[in-house]
Design a protein around this ligand. Structure first.
Ligand SMILES: Cc1ncc(COP(=O)(O)O)c(C=O)c1O
Ligand SMILES: Nc1c(O)cccc1C(=O)C[C@H](N)C(=O)O
Length: 404
């Protein structure tokens, strides 16, 4: 791939116009949108409107002017991105909190089953939350097994299979239909963490018959740091399962101020407390960008961007740990290297922002909405110069930062 080839792909890129909708700093090639998505240009004004008009002028009246129903309204905007019905998704809380709700509810739904199964090396919060969730249900336990042992681990005691669809380090993607069917064949519920897949790859929760799903909105969806997460509960489970966080926003009549908890019907019962309206507004603004985007175009461009960096890695003899088959991965590419930390820092010093995942992964996120093929080609060139010159050996690149 030459620079001219990359430019030719940009010239016919159907998503090219979206780049101008993001405020990216000059001189930066941002390859970390899989961790914190870029700022949409429309977001600061939307935040200012919430702060000055909705909060400042309208004050508490704003709850009746679009705030109170925001979790469901915005959930409905995420629904088409994950193959869900509009009434099957809410936003709020964090991915960790939604995981807790889904796991405890899943465990309690079938008293004859006691085990949550997940994958060793899953994103830590999934495992940590599962560890905590099983302590809340008598007899429950967590079984964490290697990917190759997952199928054999499913049995008649499995209550929930919890998998992260796209792996945060390697980019490996589970076949959603096949694993959901396996969980169901074993009589278990299927809970997907879509944090690294939503906005990155096409997802069909309804088509694959998934039961439960959670995910971050601050990555590919660009909702902003700590943006509210989403929870999907398939229609058939919404009233059959019970959220263990029975807060007043999930009550059938919150403003009746009753002592006893009476869950609302449908997805509303999965809400807990008051929505954080500033970050909720930032998320809604970011989602409005996704309204007309064909997920297939995103997938096609992601695959092209991947190929550019994979070719650069091959030329350098790097160990690419991400699958070559686009159907088997998400939208980031990872290289294993004993000096991945220093390489990451050397890249950042040259304006190419990726990240390091302990102990030896250089991870580069490919966000089709705001990266051009030329950007990614240039990032490959810069990586090549850093490696061939050995400039990453500069001692300043080995100082460990708190957040990598
Ligand atoms: C797979 C996965 N789940 C969950 C999270 C985060 O959860 P939370 O937003 O609760 O910090 C991340 C990233 O931080 C993630 O990669
Ligand atoms: N949520 C993050 C944060 O609060 C600080 C730094 C990074 C993150 C991340 O999102 C990490 C991300 N889930 C990952 O895959 O590594």
């Amino acid at each position: 791939m030459t620079l001219e080839d990359a430019r030719a792909l940009d010239a016919t890129d159907p998503l090219a116009a979206y780049r101008d909708k993001f405020a990216l700093p000059e001189g930066v090639i941002y390859l970390d949108g899989n961790s914190l998505g870029a700022l949409p240009k429309a977001t600061p004004a939307a935040l200012a409107d919430v702060a000055t008009r909705q909060w400042g002028d309208r004050l508490i009246r704003s709850w009746n002017e679009g705030w109170i129903e925001a979790p469901q309204r915005i959930g409905a905007k995420i629904a088409p991105l994950i193959g869900a019905g509009e009434d099957e998704v809410i936003i709020g809380d964090t991915t960790s909190t939604h995981l807790f709700k889904a796991l405890v509810a899943g465990l309690r739904s079938n008293p004859d089953r006691h085990t949550v199964i997940s994958e060793a090396g899953n994103f830590p919060t999934d495992l940590h939350i599962a560890e905590g969730a099983v302590t809340c249900v008598p007899g429950a336990r967590l079984k964490v097994v290697a990917r190759e042992d997952l199928a054999a681990a499913l049995d008649d005691d499995t209550a929930v299979l919890l998998l992260t669809h796209v792996h945060y380090k390697t980019s490996d993607r589970f076949d959603m239909a096949a694993w959901t069917a396996r969980a169901h064949d074993a009589g278990a519920l299927m809970l997907w963490d879509l944090s690294h897949s939503v906005g990155a790859v096409p997802i069909d929760l309804n088509g694959t018959n998934a039961d439960l799903a959670v995910g971050c909105t601050y990555k590919y969806l660009n909702g902003g740091p700590g943006a509210p997460a989403f929870l999907y509960v398939a229609n058939r489970w919404q009233d059959a399962l019970a959220s263990p966080l029975s807060g007043w926003m999930g009550h059938a009549a919150p403003f009746a101020f009753e002592d006893a908890y009476r869950p609302a019907p449908g997805m509303k019962r999965w809400l807990a407390g008051t929505p954080a309206m500033l970050s909720t507004a930032a998320l809604e603004t970011a989602l409005d960008l996704w309204a007309d985007i064909d997920q297939q175009l995103v997938a096609t461009k992601s695959a092209q961007l991947f190929d550019i960096l994979a070719a650069a890695g091959d030329a350098l003899g790097l160990d690419c740990v991400s699958p070559r088959d686009p159907a088997k991965r998400g939208s980031h590419i990872s290289f294993r290297h004993p000096h991945a930390y220093e390489l990451t820092q050397a890249l950042i010093a040259q304006g190419v922002i990726g990240d390091f995942r302990d102990p030896d992964i250089l991870r580069l996120g490919l966000t089709p909405l705001y990266l051009s093929h030329e950007d990614v080609w240039r990032a490959g060139e810069i990586l090549c110069k850093i490696i061939t010159s050995g400039s990453w050996r500069d001692p300043r690149f080995s100082t460990r930062l708190a957040v990598t």
